[in-house]
Design a binder for this molecule. Sequence first.
Ligand SMILES: Nc1ncnc2c1ncn2[C@@H]1O[C@H](COP(=O)(O)OP(=O)(O)OP(=O)(O)O)[C@@H](O)[C@H]1O
Ligand SMILES: [Mg+2]
Length: 430
Amino acid sequence: MALNACVMAEKILIVDDLAVNIQIIISIFEMHELDYEFYQATNGVLAFEITKKVIPDLIISDWDMPVLSGIELIALLKKEESTKNIPIIICTGKMTSSDNLQIAFDTGAADFIRKPIDEVELISRVKNHLELKIQRTKIEDYSQKLESEISERKKIEAKFVKVNKELFELNTDLEMRVISEFRKIEKQQKLLIQKSKLESLGILAAGMAHEINQPLTSISMGLENILLKNSLDKLSSNYLVNKLKSLFEDIERIKRLIQHVRQFSRNQNIEMFDKVDIKQVISDALMLMKAQLHDLNIEIAVSESESEVKTLGNRNKLEQVIINMLSNSRDAIIKKEPLVSNLQFTKKINISLSVSETVARIEVTDNGVGIDAESSKKIFDPFYTSKSEKAGTGLGLSISYGIVKDMKGEIFVESEEMKYTKMIIELPKI
Ligand SMILES: Nc1ncnc2c1ncn2[C@@H]1O[C@H](COP(=O)(O)OP(=O)(O)OP(=O)(O)O)[C@@H](O)[C@H]1O
Ligand SMILES: [Mg+2]
């Protein structure tokens, strides 16, 4: 049915029961070189059928027609989803009364043209409606695109909210797990540190037993001598005074030991910072370790500067550091013993205290098994140990490192396997 088919041409369906009227309209367009694609129908039913196959861009329809009038055709087309938006221009001589106009517009007509047709009016109205349709289609496309973008965005937003919620829950869960793991580790570490402290106290107790035993033996021997002299009637007042003096010295020594142990255990958890006499700390640590090392035939040599050397910190903690060093040296020497010939091996620990203008340097050197280069990088790590689970926690040096750092000092190691290990502690001198 197409009279003039061109690819992009708009499709116009012309409906009129008089074919001649259709031709008039077409010729007007052709005269104006308007290249539309025309479809024609002689009544409403035929027109409706055409719209089932082709959706025209515009319909020009006569009002009065047999079978189905123009108004009835509009009503039908408005009901269909595919055709409800086609602009329909009613073309009639009936449009004289405003009532008819009202009916046409109420039914859904887009416009009207009076008969007889005025060329200019027809062309300008058709052009207008086609342009309007193009604009409307563009707007519809645009709003459709917008709608789909909005719905896409909403979907993304919903996803984002969901993911965010999941992330938040995951995060909270993770945080809780980290906190609980952290608490567990903290608890374990506290237990281990406590164990390490207890070990220091254990060394202390062992040292105490040895150290107290000596003056006690001398006290009981002194008292026996006094009693013996008295029974033989040979107890001079001079002898008695001298003996009692030496007994009091022994008692004093025991008192000092007990006092030191009390102070050492009492102040373990107190963060005291004070002037610390390093020589005194070394001698206190030795007081506790001396007997034990002596029993193991380990020689101890101490070389110290003449003058008093002081630093700032916690004396008990520094003593704990020295005890840790001495215990490590003891273990290293014991470990070496079965590996070398007894004749060649004189077990030795050297403690030296030297000073420069600003630094006090403590060195604890032993001739034990030594440390290989790879291990010496790890010895200050918490829980690093080469000892059995019972023999070591691997905390001694890491705790010592913390203590020395708190005192603004440095701690490092020099060692040669099977030859020596030297632990060096440098503290700011005051
Ligand atoms: N003087 C030393 N000679 C040889 N090895 C040493 C010496 N001092 C430390 N080490 C090595 O460093 C490791 C870590 O020492 P650290 O004092 O931290 O722990 P530990 O002695 O194993 O156990 P803990 O002191 O907790 O009972 C030791 O297991 C040992 O291998
Ligand atoms: Mg240790």
